[in-house]
Structures are given as C-alpha cells and as structure tokens.
Design a protein around this ligand. Structure first.
Ligand SMILES: Cc1cc2nc3c(=O)[nH]c(=O)nc-3n(C[C@H](O)[C@H](O)[C@H](O)COP(=O)(O)OP(=O)(O)OC[C@H]3O[C@@H](n4cnc5c(N)ncnc54)[C@H](O)[C@@H]3O)c2cc1C
Length: 463
C-alpha cells in the first residue's frame, strides 16, 4: 500500500524518478553490500535543486525521515536505512554545469562522480587534486558531506579547502545558495562550511563550485623501504624541505599490509622486497619534469647514504606510476583477505604514531578472534587506517576492538575519525574526540536547522 508521502511525491516527480517495492529492494545501501536488498519506503531520484526542495517540503510536512545516497562508499554506515525511511539518491543530478577557465572553477551538480571531474579538468590542463581509492564511485555531494581527504591532503588540504561555493536544501525545502566563485568572502558567517563534513545531517548539498589549480607537468613517485618509525618521521621532514613545496603524497604502509597488497590474489607485484618494517609511497608534483625527477632521485640517493632509508625505487613510466598507486589505492584487496572486516580511520599527532600503533597492534593481535590487522595511512596528516579481520562478528568483540583502538586517542588529543566521519558506527565514540560543550552546540545547530530531525536521522549525533 502506498503511503501518503509516496502519493504526494508522485504528484511532483516523473514515474521513473520514484522507485517502490521490488525496484527498491533491487538496490542496496553500500557498494560493498550490493547483495543486501535496500530497505526503504521509496527511493526518489531528483534531477535538479527545485525537485530536491519539493521532495524535502513534502517530507517535512509528513515528518518523513530521509537518508541521502551519494556514491555509497562511506565507511561508517551513514547510508544505511530503516524500512520506514525514504532514500533521496543523487545519481541523476550528474551535470557539470559550468567551467570557468579564468576563475579556475567548475560548477557541478552534487551527483557528479569525483573521477569524472578530475578527468574533465585534466583535459583543460587544470587539476582538481582530491584523490582517493573510491574516486570512481564517490559523488562530489558525498565527498563534500564527508569532507573527504585522501592522499594529497599534505599539499592541497581536505575537501573543505577546495570548495568555493555550495548550494544546499534545508530540511524544510529552503534553498540556501552560497554558490560563489570568489575566494575571499568575510561577509558574515561562512555558511557553506555547515554543509561540508556534516554528513547530510544539516542539509542536502545540491550543487558546488570547486576550486581548480594549474595542472603540474611533472609527477614523480617512489616506494621507499624503512626500518623504524623514527626514519619515517626524519624522511618526511627531509623530503618536504628538499622538494620545495612539491611533496603531494606521503603514505605509510606497514610490512604485513604491503605484503597483503602485493601478493596473490592481489594482481600487483611488490616494487621492493618484503624486507622492511615500513614502506612509504611518495609523490611529488611540480612543473620542471627533468629537474624534478633528478631532484627526487638525488634526495633518495642521499637519504640512503645517510642511513635515513633502507631502499627505494622510483616510477619511470606512466605504467609504473599507475602500478605504484594501484598498490595503495586498491584497499578491496585487503578487505577481501578479512572475515568480518572492521575499519578505523584515526588521527593522532605524527610523533605519537609509531609507539601508539605498536601497542595497539600488539593488543589487537593478542585477541584470539583477531585474524588480520592491516595498518596504513596518510601519515603526513597524522591519519592512520586500520582494517581488522576476525573470526566472529559479535557486538562484544566489535566493542572490545573499538576500545583497544580508541583508548589512547583522547589523552593524545587525537580523533576517532580523521576523514571518514561518524555516521552510525562511530557515534558511541564521538565524545572521545569532542567536548560535551562542542556536542551540545552540534545538537543546537541540528535542532535549529532540522527541527523535526528528518535528515539522516540517528546519524552523527542524537538530538
Ligand atoms: C576503497 C575506498 C577508499 C576510500 N578512501 C578514502 C580516503 O582516502 N579518504 C576519505 O576521506 N574517504 C575515503 N573513503 C570514504 C568515502 O569514499 C568518502 O567518504 C566519500 O567522500 C563518500 O562519498 P559518497 O558519494 O560515496 O557518499 P555516500 O557514501 O553516499 O554518503 C556519505 C554521507 O554523505 C551523505 N550524502 C551523500 N551525498 C549527499 C549530498 N548530496 N548532500 C548531503 N549529504 C549527502 C550521505 O547521507 C552519508 O551520510 C574511501 C572509501 C572506499 C570504499
């Protein structure tokens, strides 16, 4: 039987923009759970901002809870649904609306895929630098709503630093248009920031103006083997200073993770032997191809002579470059090695990572149910990812593992989420990263912007 909300929505949307019954269960809530039927009262597929506003006006009037679906690549359960919720899927809002070569901006609808933006602007010799493994599925609206980071934050910052304007629709259907191309705007509160990183709880992002940069003409990459975490820290400072602002990626991979990423069934080979405790994937983006390559090569030769690194190899062709990055980006290879995978995305001061992770990894491996622990991450940003595989999936075990990973963070001034967000899975641990006054302010904002609590209800914070 149709609910009154669905009947009201049918009056403002075309038949192919509203899915019910089997058409709903043919979908899923996450790209890694495509076999799990989606549960929802309906899925609606708006094509423009005005339709989003109409949908939300109706939902607001009917007190209908909605869940926003972007590319469904988040890692924190934030696109999970309840049977009585309505899904607003942004996939049909996939237009790149305006490219401005002079302002170096692109204006896009929220459902455009990140990789499509990267490729489009590359043809114009410009760069949209956000880069991470899920780029082929993640939509820019989801990327903005999670304030995604990825592998080039060390040089270009997170999504927040690359968004000049946002258009969003509030829970009651009000359109907030902050779609400006300007870099500086101190005329009152910077409202767009409310929608960046708030995981769809304060408004639905419909369009955005993204900041583009001149494309680099040189890209050099190396894999480096190191024996100690002290060497990792010394190398980071050394290459950051030595590359004169060109260091764009500095990813750390623990030995067993490197093995997992580069041995069968993984389809890529290791570029270095399995002899080292740590591996760093380094990238430098510059504008003097020959000189940039020689500079990195010389820095690595000198680093080895000084005993700062054990081994290194550089990518010399495009195919080498793709190989090196595929190793780091193809996280699915690690996930497939795990039963009952549990994911972490913690932040902590760079100086504390070596010791803290040693202790955390030892404590996790001491649990008899834990079968695999893969550690890797954006170490230059103080951000480490862990994937834990285990023989069981009981709530007690999940909690025990969470406690081991999160226990050291508060005292170190760290965070339970560096970039993936809070969603559902990390909600019980938010207070480890935020003070009670901060959480109260978040609740106040949520209540004033979405008084009926219809947007992504139960995600991030309770109100
Ligand atoms: C293999 C892999 C690698 C990853 N690597 C990284 C990484 O390095 N760095 C990183 O930061 N993340 C990473 N992620 C996580 C994920 O890709 C990002 O969080 C991404 O930004 C989510 O985009 P999405 O379109 O898939 O959003 P979804 O998963 O669909 O949604 C995420 C959240 O945003 C909300 N939302 C989606 N669209 C909108 C909208 N238009 N308006 C309002 N709310 C919306 C959803 O309701 C949900 O709360 C990775 C994920 C995978 C699977």
């Amino acid at each position: 039987m149709k609910t009154s909300v669905v009947e009201a929505l049918e009056k403002v949307l075309a038949p192919n923009q509203i899915l019910v019954n089997e058409a709903v269960s043919e979908r899923s809530h996450h790209i890694w759970h495509m076999d799990k039927p989606l549960e929802a009262v309906a899925v609606v597929l708006p094509k423009n901002t005005e339709e989003v506003a109409e949908i939300l006006k109706i939902c607001h009037a009917h007190n209908q809870a909605v869940v926003v679906h972007g590319g469904m690549t988040n890692m924190v359960g934030s696109t999970e649904t309840q049977r009585e919720e309505l899904v607003i899927s942004m996939e049909k809002m996939n237009q790149m609306e305006e490219f401005d070569e002079v302002s170096r901006t692109i204006t896009v609808q929220a459902g455009v895929i990140l990789q499509d933006i990267q490729e489009m602007v590359r043809e114009k010799n410009l760069l949209f630098p956000l880069n991470f493994g899920a780029k082929g599925s993640a939509q820019i609206g989801g990327v903005i709503s999670t304030n995604a980071g990825g592998m080039r934050v060390v040089k270009y910052g997170m999504t927040r630093h690359l968004v000049l304007g946002v258009e969003a629709v509030l829970a009651d259907g009000t359109i907030i248009n902050s779609l400006k191309k300007i870099i500086k705007d101190n005329s009152g509160f910077d409202l767009k920031q409310l929608f960046i990183g708030s995981e769809g709880t304060l408004g639905l992002v419909t369009r955005a103006v993204l900041k583009l940069l001149e494309a680099p003409t040189s890209r050099n990459t190396a894999f480096i083997g190191l024996e100690s975490y002290e060497q990792v820290i010394a190398l980071l400072k050394y290459v950051d200073a030595g590359l004169g602002g060109n260091l764009s990626c500095f990813e750390l991979i623990w030995n067993n993770t490197f093995r997992g990423m580069t041995s069968p069934p993984a389809q890529v080979k290791p570029p270095l032997p399995y002899d080292y405790s740590y591996y760093v994937l380094l990238e430098s983006l510059g504008n003097q191809p020959e000189a940039d390559r020689q500079l990195l090569e010389q820095l690595l030769v000198d680093a080895q002579e000084q005993g700062m690194i054990e081994d290194a190899t550089m990518a010399f062709t495009d195919s080498d470059l793709n190989w090196f990055f595929k190793i780091r980006e193809d996280v699915d290879v690690l996930v497939n090695r795990c039963r009952n995978d549990q994911h972490f995305d913690i932040s902590l001061p760079i100086a504390s990572i070596g010791d803290t992770l040693n202790k955390t990894l030892a404590r996790l491996k001491a649990l008899p149910e834990v079968e695999e622990v893969f550690a890797f991450g954006h170490v230059a940003d103080g951000n480490i990812h862990l994937i834990v595989g285990k023989s069981e999936e009981t709530p007690e075990l999940i909690k025990a593992i969470n406690q081991i990973v999160y226990a050291p963070l508060q005292a170190l001034g760290g965070s339970v989420s560096a970039e993936h967000g809070i969603g559902v899975h990390k909600k019980p641990y938010l207070a480890l990263s935020r003070t009670s006054a901060e959480i109260e302010l978040m609740q106040l904002l949520k209540k004033s912007m979405d008084p009926k609590g219809i947007l992504n209800r139960g995600k991030v914070i309770d109100v």
